[in-house]
Ligand binder design. Structure first.
Ligand code: ATP
Length: 888
């Protein structure tokens, strides 16, 4: 169907819809049943078999497979099948962990709804994009993602970014005229295609194709992007593992050669080399990091922060500066007009919230709704795209709260916007835009065209020539008096809007340039109370060494007043105009000192982020509009608003707040710190096992002793402890006082000198304990299997006890509360059961060459375990004391 070649009216006829009213609900339901939901069938980025195969082509697994083949070739069937069994189990666990992490991330991404505005049953409403059907009338605004293929029939400065479909990165200006049938897809400017985005202007279109029938849907696989699980840390881990692999490969070859030179059997030496490789490489580390991050993602989602990019989980904990919008994030965005200033007089508006109850008073007496006061209210009600509803016993709004507040104020004066709009139908409009900072609508008035304008005082006052006086005359304007009144209201924290009107030649398009010679009608001042939760959250950020900066489009005096109320440093403020006058060096200095930035245009946010980053700061930045996208991308953590944000902003962001609340940012930072803590705990806990095992093998070869632990036993230890003991650390609750520490520097190594020393100490203790007990058993005439069983149990027991130690890196385990992480206990119980099975269950004895041991052996194992734990605990205490001394 060549929709672009048809006139819009013909398209509407063919789709059987009147675009003024939209479809009826019944018709839409019937079409939905016929066409199915507006959803593109997703294709898995990698088929399941390939994902499973990817688990097998990892260096360590390849070593294992080679070892399995060689041992099989030598006729050691038991060893060979255990090795292959382990390879398989490992791949299954890896596959499962990865699929779960990916699934959770993708589900979260989907949980951020994409509402669209449609016209149905004659009214505009919001609905989920999935319910769109051919024939629906979709209303587009800047920042929207186009939800289906549309034939446009109305547009106002509409520009879209079609790059995802056509590769063309310049915004495309749209129109509504019919085109030649052979026009190329990229040039069909009267169409808007699903998946592209509106970068400016507004428009309306008819849905002509949904779901897989859209142009995007036809290019299968285009949108099937699985979340990327790689983060800076997992990459570091992978490099570390690879590096270790080579080092250990070299060491293994060396031990093999040394052994042979000493006249040992080649098979034994080969097995020793395999044991070394298997033991010393921390193969589970990257997967464990991913799982820990995924758990962090889930925890953040519970606290209303949806992570869209996994690396953000890591970076959040290092945030040093949070740049936040004011309206809706630090304040409630529940606007109520408090005052109207007209004809030099202030009128108090009573009532709360969006209920149109309350009256307008002047000097305590009910005011007469006439003259400039009435014109102000009329302008506010007509130059308005919001709507008010009374449902379920309360008043609700659609659209911008600033505009809804103006509707409420007008209704309090008995002026209903629907009646007004019927009297003065709108013929054109200039939508509100954060860059322009005002909105204008043209109407068919009683005596010709009239334009109503509302917006920021600085932008509109210069365009005003005169002022409407009480007698209906236009009198000269005293700009100073208007500014003084606005300033006085702003100082009370009120958001102040200027209202004006002008003449308009009917039949001409409304342009911003032509808006001049306006007549001032008056000002309105509205309150937007600060969020209570934001005050506490800002306090927590400050004690966590994080600066909070308010970057707002609002007036500087209002911004400072609100900043003062919520505990920000409101001493100095910079305006967008002042910012524009600063060079980069001056901006960098100012950005560091000042915490309140007002009348900032979205484009300036990018400069601010860069300036702060240039000072070494890790910047989290909020945004909601299309123009915020570059700054959101540049920030270390771009944060979009889930409720009020545009789709474009959400896509550019690394994190989306489902409640638009500043306090959720602070919560996410806290979780981010917790996740990092748990990662470091896991690494500190797991590395000694690997290093200890490696040391045991190397020592055995160097001293010509029999291997105290066989390769299979090493596989056993690594597989069981990593899952049962290591994973519970990812569930450790956040430590008390985590928000009283300074932010972690991003360039700091994962492990500091203290932790490296602790890892070395535990590795050596494992070597001494396991080797010592092994030799002691052999001396006492025990069998090799019994001696090895004792050594394996020493390893596992020390790791079990060391797990308690690692639950906090600085504090003693009893100060954490023994039962604050029940996963640990579950893991310990399961681990104990498995060790008993390994020691006493004949099939496992046969497979892993272990043997039952007596209770005196257990006493010795426990004694070794306790002794090792005591040394580790003393080291921790000593380190904590030294650190405390250093910080004094
Ligand atoms: P923040 O960036 O903190 O969310 P904001 O919401 O105050 O700030 P903008 O929405 O960019 O910032 O608004 C900037 C200014 O534009 C406001 O101070 C107000 O004067 C004016 N303004 C806001 N909303 C409207 C609107 N719907 N119509 C006309 N003017 C508006």
């Amino acid at each position: 169907m060549n929709w672009h070649a048809e006139a819009a009216e013909d398209a509407a006829r063919r789709l059987d819809v009147d675009w003024h009213a939209g479809l009826s609900d019944a018709d839409a339901a019937e079409r939905l049943a016929r066409h199915g939901p507006n959803r593109i069938t997703e294709q898995a980025a990698r088929p399941a078999w390939k994902r499973f195969a990817d688990q097998l082509v990892q260096p360590l697994v390849l070593v294992l497979i080679a070892a399995g083949i060689v041992t099989g070739g030598l006729g050691e069937w038991v060893d060979s099948s255990v090795i292959f069994g382990v390879v398989l189990v490992n791949a299954v666990i890896g596959y499962w962990q990865e699929a779960k992490a990916e699934g959770a991330l993708a589900a979260l991404a989907r949980s951020v709804a994409t509402p669209v505005t449609v016209r149905r049953e004659g009214v505009k409403r919001q609905m989920d994009a999935g319910g769109l059907v051919p024939g629906d009338v979709v209303v587009l605004a800047a920042g929207d993602r186009i939800p289906a293929d549309l034939r446009l029939f109305h547009q106002r400065e509409l520009h879209t970014d079609d790059s995802m479909l056509t590769g063309e990165s310049q915004p495309v200006a749209k129109h509504v005229d019919a085109l030649q049938p052979d026009t190329l897809l990229a040039e069909r400017a009267n169409m808007a295609y699903a998946g592209t985005t509106v970068v400016a202007g507004q428009g309306s279109g008819l849905v002509v194709a949904t779901g897989d029938a859209t142009e995007t849907g036809r290019i299968a696989g285009l949108i099937a992007a699985a979340p990327d699980l790689a983060t800076p840390l997992t990459r570091k881990m992978a490099t570390f593992s690879n590096w270790l692999l080579w080092a250990i490969g070299g060491l293994a070859a060396l031990t093999f050669a040394v052994g042979l030179a000493r006249g040992e059997a080649a098979f034994d030496m080969f097995m020793a080399a395999v044991a070394l490789a298997v033991g010393a490489i921390p193969e589970g580390l990257p997967a464990a990091v991913t799982v820990t991050l995924a758990i962090g993602v889930a925890r953040m989602a519970k606290r209303r922060a949806i992570i869209r990019r996994l690396p953000a989980v890591e970076t959040l904990g290092s945030t040093t500066v949070i740049c936040s919008d004011k309206t809706g994030t630090l304040t409630e965005n529940a606007m109520t007009v408090r005052v109207v200033w007209a004809d030099g007089e202030g009128y108090a508006v009573g009532g709360h919230g969006y209920a149109p109850d309350g009256d307008i008073r002047h000097d305590e007496l009910p005011a007469e709704i006439a003259g400039p006061l009435r014109e102000c209210l009329v302008a506010g009600a007509l130059c308005n795209d919001a709507s008010l509803r009374h449902e379920h016993g309360r008043w609700a709004i659609t659209g911008d709260p600033t505009e809804a507040a103006l509707l409420v104020a007008a209704r309090k004066a008995g002026l209903d916007e629907r009646t007004l709009a019927a009297l003065h139908p709108r013929c054109d409009e200039l939508p509100f835009d954060s860059g322009r900072q005002f909105m204008a609508t043209a109407h068919d008035g009683e005596s010709g065209g009239i334009v109503y304008v509302k917006g920021a005082l600085e932008r509109l006052l210069p365009r005003c020539r005169g002022r409407l006086a009480g007698n209906g005359q236009i009198v000269p304007l005293d700009a100073g008096a208007v500014e003084a009144a606005a300033e006085a209201y702003a100082a009370q924290g009120l958001r102040v809007l200027l209202l004006a009107r002008g003449v308009f030649a009917l039949g001409t398009p409304l342009t911003a340039e032509a808006l001049d010679g306006l007549t001032l009608l008056g000002l309105v001042g509205m309150i937007d109370p600060p969020r209570k939760a934001a005050v506490a959250a800002i306090r927590n950020c400050h004690s966590a060494g994080i600066r909070v900066k308010m970057i707002t489009g609002d007036h500087v005096v209002t911004a400072r007043a609100i900043a003062g109320q919520i505990g920000l440093n409101a001493g100095r403020a910079l305006t967008g105009r002042e910012l524009a006058g600063l060079d980069d060096a001056a901006l960098a200095a100012a950005a560091a000192d000042v915490d309140v930035f007002a009348r900032v245009e979205p484009e300036q946010k990018l400069r601010l982020v860069r300036a702060l980053q240039g000072q070494g700061e890790v910047v989290a930045m909020t945004g909601d509009g299309v123009n915020d996208a570059p700054a959101l991308k540049q920030a270390d953590i771009g944060i979009a608003m889930g409720l009020s944000g545009t789709e474009v902003a959400k896509e550019a962001a690394a994190m989306v707040l489902t409640d638009d609340n500043f306090a959720s940012i602070e919560a996410a930072v806290e979780e981010g710190r917790g996740v990092w803590d748990n990662l470091v705990k896991f690494i500190t806990w797991t590395l000694p096992t690997n290093f200890g095992e490696g040391l045991v093998i190397v020592a055995a070869i160097l001293f010509g002793a029999t291997l105290p632990i066989t390769p299979l036993q090493i596989l056993w230890i690594n597989m069981t402890t990593a899952v049962l003991l290591g994973l519970p650390l990812a569930f450790e609750p956040i430590e008390r006082g985590i928000m009283r520490r300074p932010p972690r520097r991003l360039d700091m190594p994962v492990l500091d000198a203290d932790l490296i020393r602790r890892i070395a100490l535990v590795s050596l203790l494992l070597l001494a304990g396991a080797f010592g007990l092994f030799l002691h058993h052999l001396d006492a005439g025990r069998t090799l299997a019994e001696a090895r069983t004792a050594a394996v149990n020493v390893f596992v027991l020390v790791e079990m006890l060391y797990l308690f130690n690692c639950r906090s890196l600085t504090r003693s385990f009893w100060s954490l509360g023994l039962f604050s992480n029940l996963w640990v206990w579950g893991g310990l119980g399961a681990m104990l059961a498995l060790q008993l099975a390994l020691t006493y269950w004949p099939p496992l004895n046969a497979a892993f060459q272990t043997a039952p041991i007596g209770w005196t052996d257990w006493l010795q194992i426990v004694a070794v375990g306790w002794a090792a734990s005591l040394v580790i605990a003393l080291e921790k205490r000593w380190t904590a004391r030294r650190r405390a001394r250093e910080t004094l």
